[in-house]
Design a protein around this ligand. Structure first.
Ligand code: KIV
Ligand code: ZN
Length: 530
């Protein structure tokens, strides 16, 4: 149940930066995580799970930076039941205005026997000690019995009771492997309420994975059974098939509020922008038919539907696109627009720019406005995110030349100039299978980094032949992955930028991991993140 004054308020616990960031190929740096966290605060989420600090110094730094700068939501960090994990979580969140420690241990026999290789009694002891230890640091402690939906109800209830006795203020019931079905999950929660009446005095939370496509349905079933916190992620990203999608939960409760009788504090008009930002920074595309935020979520193709919507929108639309922040902005600039107009347009989009940042943004805007008739809000947003990327990159693309023709006539050849971390100019050339391949290998040659491409994707920011191209690269350097994005009217340039940034991110991550004492290093692989 809820411990807030309003029994119908559902708390939105966003785990985009923790469970979401565990999706394969995502590697956000601190600056990117800060940007997302600030946007999540604008979206009005109640809790931000900012990371799992024990897993790497980079994760610790990001959680700490978010705790120090992002106002509004509770900031929480994940910890196993180990003392070291809890200490790291506390140190990372302690400067937040409202810090929380989230600790977990599995209650299913499958996990206890095979993964933890211990006993039920020991797990009870771990839960007791962990919550007690976290409680010495903060009042707000969340406890999760991992893999609860495959665990015995009575035993999980005992462990939850222990956590509550030690002071846990939120009990979260994870469907870790996305195995539950709605009526069964609801039954499990009702069973817990019956066995642990004290659950009524804390917040009961749901955390559902989407392996069977039921994460949102299971979360709703949990809410109907009395839970009042939902753990979810933007665009539904997360381990394997992902977590319950935040935008779907929020709009479900918003659209069907009359029947469901529950509501959230989310600012729905920030949904679309948050979704685009997360997609852009993680390099995870949003499928066109994705509910709420997919490109086609509000598009009507069939004549009958179009006819109906033109006569009366509600004939075929259950939500208004402007409610989720789509089509809310009609900004259009062109090549004659001045710096002041750009500054105002950016301010409308939530970017307050002045001084050198504005000069740089204006230069990029002019380059694009020269090639593209109309620069829209979506273009500006893509551009700005792209500019922010440049500030944090270790290497920077200066220029490239590429010669390409049909392979039988002359193999594509590229020369690139990259500015190194110390400001030095680095040149590299390569003859590849295609122009993109030649550029990427030439960047490897210039930086002397043996990066291996894992994914390369090109999208258009808006429609139209002169649309900005947005590229996304995931690569690997010595076993460490890095991702990067680039935006330009020229997809070769966008690709080269994305590649240089991905390479910078991978090299930086590799450096951070190398600095960690190998004897004490706890990488996500070792931790076996849930
Ligand atoms: O899926 C899971 O069980 C988790 C827990 C740590 C809450 O992510
Ligand atoms: Zn999870």
């Amino acid at each position: 149940m809820s411990t807030s004054d309003d029994p119908n308020k559902v708390l939105i616990f966003d785990t985009t930066l923790r469970d979401g960031e565990q999706s394969p190929g995502i590697s956000l740096n601190t600056q990117e995580k800060l940007e997302i966290a600030a946007q999540l605060a604008k979206l009005g989420v109640d809790v931000i799970e900012a990371g799992f600090p024990i897993t790497s110094p980079g994760d610790f730094d990001a959680v700490q930076a978010i705790s120090r700068t992002v106002d509004g939501p509770v900031i929480t960090a994940l910890a196993r039941t180990h003392v070291g994990d809890i200490d790291a979580a506390y140190n990372a969140v302690k400067d937040a205005a409202r810090p929380r420690i989230h600790t977990f241990v599995s209650t299913s026999d499958i996990h206890i026997i095979h993964q933890l290789q211990t006993t039920r009694e020991d797990v009870k002891g771990q839960a007791r000690a962990a919550v007690a230890h976290a409680k010495q640091y903060v009042d707000d402690v969340e406890f999760s019995p991992m893999d609860a939906t495959r665990a015995e109800l009575e035993y999980t209830a005992e462990v939850c009771q222990i956590a509550i006795d030690e002071g846990a203020t939120t009990i979260n019931i994870p469907d870790t492997v996305g195995y539950a079905v709605p009526h069964e999950y609801a039954e499990f929660l009702r069973g817990l309420y019956a066995l642990v009446p004290d659950l009524h005095d804390v917040v009961l939370s749901v955390h559902c994975h989407d392996d069977l496509g039921l994460a949102v349905a299971n979360s709703l079933a949990g809410l109907l059974a009395g839970a009042r916190q939902v753990e979810c992620a933007i665009n539904g990203i997360g381990e394997r098939a992902g977590n319950a999608s935040l935008e779907e939960i929020v709009m479900l409760l918003h659209t069907r509020q009359a029947e469901l009788g529950m509501h959230t504090g989310a600012v729905t008009r920030e949904i679309a922008r948050t979704s685009r930002m997360v997609s852009r920074l993680t390099g995870y595309p949003v499928q066109p038919n994705k509910a709420i935020v997919g490109r086609n979520a509000f598009a009507h193709e069939s004549g009958i539907h179009q006819d109906g919507v033109l006569k009366e929108r509600t004939t075929y639309e259950i939500m208004d696109a402007t409610t989720v922040g789509l089509e809310a902005n009609s900004i259009v600039l062109g090549k004659h627009s001045g710096r002041h107009a750009l500054q105002q347009a950016l301010a409308e989009l939530g970017f307050e720019l002045s001084g050198q940042a504005l000069v740089t943004a204006f230069r990029r805007f002019k380059e694009i406005a020269d090639k593209k008739k109309q620069v829209t809000a979506m273009d500006l947003e893509a551009l700005l995110t792209d500019e922010l990327r440049q500030e944090i990159a270790g290497y920077d693309l200066e220029w490239f030349d590429v010669e390409a023709s049909s392979r039988s006539r002359r193999p594509p050849h590229a020369t690139v100039c990259v500015r190194g971390p110390e400001g030095e100019e680095l040149l590299g050339s390569f003859t590849g299978d295609g122009p993109v391949d030649a550029i990427f290998h030439a960047i490897n040659a210039a930086t002397s980094v043996d990066a291996r491409l894992k994914e390369f994707r090109v999208d258009a920011v808006t429609g139209g032949q002169d649309a900005l191209g947005e590229t996304s690269v995931v690569l690997e350097v010595g076993g460490v992955t890095g991702s990067g994005q680039g935006v330009s009217t020229d997809i070769l340039e966008a690709g080269a930028r994305a590649y240089v940034r991905a390479l910078s991110n991978a090299v930086r991550r590799q450096g951070v991991l190398a600095e960690t004492d190998p004897a004490t290093a706890v990488t996500p692989e070792v931790v076996g993140t849930p």
